[in-house]
Design a protein around this ligand. Sequence first.
Ligand SMILES: NC(=O)c1ccc[n+]([C@@H]2O[C@H](COP(=O)([O-])OP(=O)(O)OC[C@H]3O[C@@H](n4cnc5c(N)ncnc54)[C@H](OP(=O)(O)O)[C@@H]3O)[C@@H](O)[C@H]2O)c1
Length: 224
Amino acid sequence: MRILVTGASRGIGRELCLFFSQLGHEVLAVARSEEPLRRLAEENLNIEAWPMDINQWQELADRLGERYSHLDLLVHNAAAFINKPFREVALEDMQQVYHTNVYVPYFLTQALLPLLKEGSQVLAISSVGGQGGSMKFPGLSVYSSSKGALNILVECLATELGEEGIIVNGLALGSSATEMFKAAFPDMEAASSPEEMAKFIGNFAIQSPGLVQGKVYSVSSSNP
Ligand SMILES: NC(=O)c1ccc[n+]([C@@H]2O[C@H](COP(=O)([O-])OP(=O)(O)OC[C@H]3O[C@@H](n4cnc5c(N)ncnc54)[C@H](OP(=O)(O)O)[C@@H]3O)[C@@H](O)[C@H]2O)c1
């Protein structure tokens, strides 16, 4: 498979690139931090570094379109995060987080449609905080609501793109020990390592075609 993973410089995205590369898949790794991305590609077979800000989605899609005619799996893993009390949140905070977490999955998918053929998969990495009825935490209104929008987007895209045979699903993750988790819950211990989470995500992506469409599953054994 040819796989694009956004947010590949650290955390779950980096581990996901390693998981797929070790199975022999061709991985295109995207993030802004050039150095860790370059090392990831140099030290591992099958991974190519694409240092970019995903908010420039058209540029990314154009570059991909110049080189490839199809993509098997698009993983929207990169996310922006902010931990701020509701009273202090400014419009700019919300715009920045929603841009990365909602606009990019929406418009990068749209811009990559020429490469997404029958059987191609779009997988959105979301959060249990974005699931209706899950426990909510102070300071996370912007981030969690952006993931709520992403969850509904998965259902909407599955309806429209499913007609063309494109598979769209989401995984709403629980806690995993990454920089983002530390920023959200500085005093707590995560229930999983990024390696464990990436293994689950990778296996789901490999197994879901034909069986799962338009679903957002929680991947969580604790709260958060
Ligand atoms: N860890 C958890 O407990 C947890 C729980 C629920 C959901 N999730 C979700 O899991 C996914 C991965 O999270 P994580 O914990 O691994 O986070 P992380 O360690 O903070 O990593 C985030 C990744 O996204 C990249 N990124 C952010 N903005 C970007 C941009 N504009 N352009 C390109 N890359 C960008 C970062 O790289 P650069 O800074 O180099 O660009 C980094 O590689 C996210 O969608 C997150 O919401 C995580």
